[in-house]
Design a protein around this ligand. Structure first.
Ligand SMILES: C[S@@+](CC[C@H](N)C(=O)[O-])C[C@H]1O[C@@H](n2cnc3c(N)ncnc32)[C@H](O)[C@@H]1O
Length: 218
């Protein structure tokens, strides 16, 4: 069961806060035998590979800091609405990392940046689709001229794939309910939404349910 966060995203539903999952989170994601977690490590590594040493980087929904730990030395700002996830991240990340406890849409709604890269793993699927599009526009505004937005998350290729995966996992409610109840990305919709904002987009599949999307300006 997830608790509701304090932050507000400027008219969008309240953030999904992982305070109650925090203590067990790192142990859970280390077990990739469950289809929802399959590919987690490879996906984070792929997102991290898009960041260069010394860059200004924003990690959205940074959780316990697992993506930040994989980044090269950089000027890292992490945003997460969960105090408990942020407390664990603080104990793992370099001292110079800036950790902000806030709703990610609200954070990007205030003047911030510019960032060379905005990265995010397994967080944006908590936003409904209209909020995802608002997020893309706010990220675009916070990026430096040749900046990147790189995501790894629970995503489905398109509507047909969604139906196929419901069928594949019909006997496993822990997967079927997750697909039904959370806002898994639709890659086929997200790519043109990012392209309309001027990004060139590359995608990578990591498992049945997880993909990476790398969007570049310039
Ligand atoms: C599944 S965890 C992923 C954590 C981490 N990025 C990782 O890859 O392990 C999702 C994180 O997003 C945070 N989150 C969800 N919605 C958020 C929002 N609207 N604003 C800020 N943080 C949010 C949760 O508190 C949680 O820490």
């Amino acid at each position: 069961m997830e608790t509701k966060g304090r932050g507000r995203g400027g008219g969008y539903p309240r953030a999904v806060n992982h305070d109650r999952q925090a203590a067990a989170y790192d142990r859970n994601v280390a077990d990739e035998s469950h289809p929802v977690r399959a590919g987690y490590g490879a996906c984070l590594d792929w997102v991290a590979s898009h960041v260069a040493q010394g860059e200004r980087v924003l990690d959205l929904g940074s959780g316990t800091g697992n993506l930040g730990l994989r980044l090269p030395p950089c000027r890292l700002t992490c945003v997460d609405v969960s105090a408990e996830m942020t407390r664990i991240a603080r104990s793992k990340l370099p001292r110079h990392a800036i950790l902000v406890e806030a709703d990610l849409l609200a954070f990007l709604g205030e003047p911030c940046g510019p960032f060379d890269a905005v990265v995010s793993t397994y967080a944006v699927h908590h936003l409904a689709d209209p909020a995802k599009e608002a997020l893309f526009a706010r990220i675009r505004a916070a990026l430096a001229p040749r900046g990147r937005a790189v995501f790894g998350d629970l995503m489905l290729e398109n509507a047909a794939a969604r139906e196929g995966l419901f069928a594949k996992y019909a006997a496993d409610p822990s997967v079927a309910d997750s697909i039904r109840e959370e806002s898994y990305w639709d890659v086929a919709s997200a790519v043109p939404a990012l392209e309309r904002l001027g990004f060139s987009v590359e995608t990578r599949r990591f498992s049945d349910l997880s993909w990476g999307v790398a969007a570049r300006l310039g």
